[in-house]
Design a protein around this ligand. Sequence first.
Ligand code: SF4
Ligand code: SF4
Length: 255
Amino acid sequence: MPIHEKSLIRPENLKTHDSLILDGVDVSGHWSTFIESRVVADYNEAIEDEIAALPGGEHIHRCWQCGSCTNSCTVNAINPDFNPRYWIYLIRMGMESELLRDKDIIWQCVSCNKCTYACPRDVFPEGVMKATSHWLELKGHTPKSPSMHFDEVFTEQIVKTGKIEESRTIRRFFQRTNQGLLQDWMLEMVKQLLRGLPIGLLTRMGLATFVAPRTSNWSRASAAMQEYIDEQHEKQEEALSLAQLVKAAQEDVAA
Ligand code: SF4
Ligand code: SF4
């Protein structure tokens, strides 16, 4: 399926002639603009299966490229390079090198799920964005993203204590991502909280940052959750290695 969006043409692929006369007509500059053709030779047919094997990527095969996800996307409204429809197209076509050109922005999905509600095919594009970021990390194309660090901190806290304490989560997240706690927006938020919340609640929140309260009798639930998480990790690793074996076999047949 061809890509029609003008914004997707990379600037380096747009060529013009400073001085060009055709049949006596001066078409210098932007009048002679053309798109340089390119050849993609490094298809990776395993990508779609690999991403489909990760949580959130399961329904990527349903996409019919209508573009409703990109149209409704919160991040796309700010940065047109953030384009879920296009990335799903690249993944399904196996165009790995093209996908890797955007590897540093794919993780920026803010999980607002507007795309999920707009998608007529139940692809769950938000999940596909998560799965793609995860895939980029597992393959070593990107370092662990801030959102992945956040998910890990959040999950660890739930599994360990059965509770979510926002102040503790934020503190751990900042530590994990080497960020200082005293950021301007944080100070402003604390100031607002101090003005608006009862002192008892504020004290409890402050204490919870340092002393993690636990849900009573949580140990069995915690063990069950950890077992499930380990099982899922194992399945994902297996799926990624299986997809690699399929790819190697396809290359052998083609050789
Ligand atoms: S969930 Fe992510 S991809 Fe979907 S609309 Fe929101 S920012 Fe865009
Ligand atoms: S809205 Fe759904 S079907 Fe349409 S392009 Fe996005 S993921 Fe594909």
